[in-house]
Design a protein around this ligand. Structure first.
Ligand SMILES: [Zn+2]
Length: 177
């Protein structure tokens, strides 16, 4: 039974649960609650920018931010990352105690805090030996209409969450200059 990623690397789905033998996405009702949550969430985040880039550049230089390629953590408190900052997440997770936040809604905040504090993987850290999966090669998350989505999530807007966060992080000036 194969495991696959959809939209972004990181979250893994059971291929047989999500797709029919013909390769069609199964109706959401047929999926487990957890799978459904993740798929719905992926639709919101698959085209977003990397959290790490955003924490460095903020809304001032969106052109400097890389698109997200990977997702870690639980839906809504997930962290999404470009390939470069994915290494930082892996490092934090393995070497800086990030693993204690598995399944915890603090996951995202805890990583952001560490990152804003200057936390980074060492230059030569090889968290992921081969980043082979290009998200463009992954299946797209399903289209879910807004109504079905609203039923499931009260707030899904990352932009709002980020604005709040930006206020909190004003004591960290500049970022990379
Ligand atoms: Zn990044």
């Amino acid at each position: 039974m194969g495991k696959i990623s959809i939209g972004l690397r990181g979250w893994r789905f059971d291929e047989e649960e999500v797709f029919t033998e013909e390769g069609e996405l199964r109706p959401l009702e047929e999926l487990s609650e957890d799978t459904r949550k993740r798929l719905v969430r992926l639709q919101d985040i698959a085209d977003s920018i990397c959290d790490g880039c955003w924490l460095i550049h903020g809304d001032e230089n969106p052109g400097e931010c890389n698109p997200a390629e990977a997702v870690y953590g639980e839906p809504v408190s997930e962290v999404i990352l470009c390939a470069e900052h994915e290494q930082d997440l892996i490092y934090w997770f393995r070497e800086e105690g990030g693993d204690r936040y598995i399944g915890d809604e603090e996951f995202r905040d805890a990583f952001h805090e560490w990152f804003l504090d200057g936390g980074r993987a060492p230059e030569d850290y090889e968290g992921i030996e081969h980043v082979e999966t290009d998200p463009d090669d992954l299946p797209e998350p399903p289209e879910i209409d807004d109504e079905a989505r609203k039923e499931r999530w009260e707030t899904t807007d990352r932009k709002e969450m980020r604005d709040e966060e930006l206020d909190l992080s004003q004591e960290y000036p500049g970022g990379d200059d």
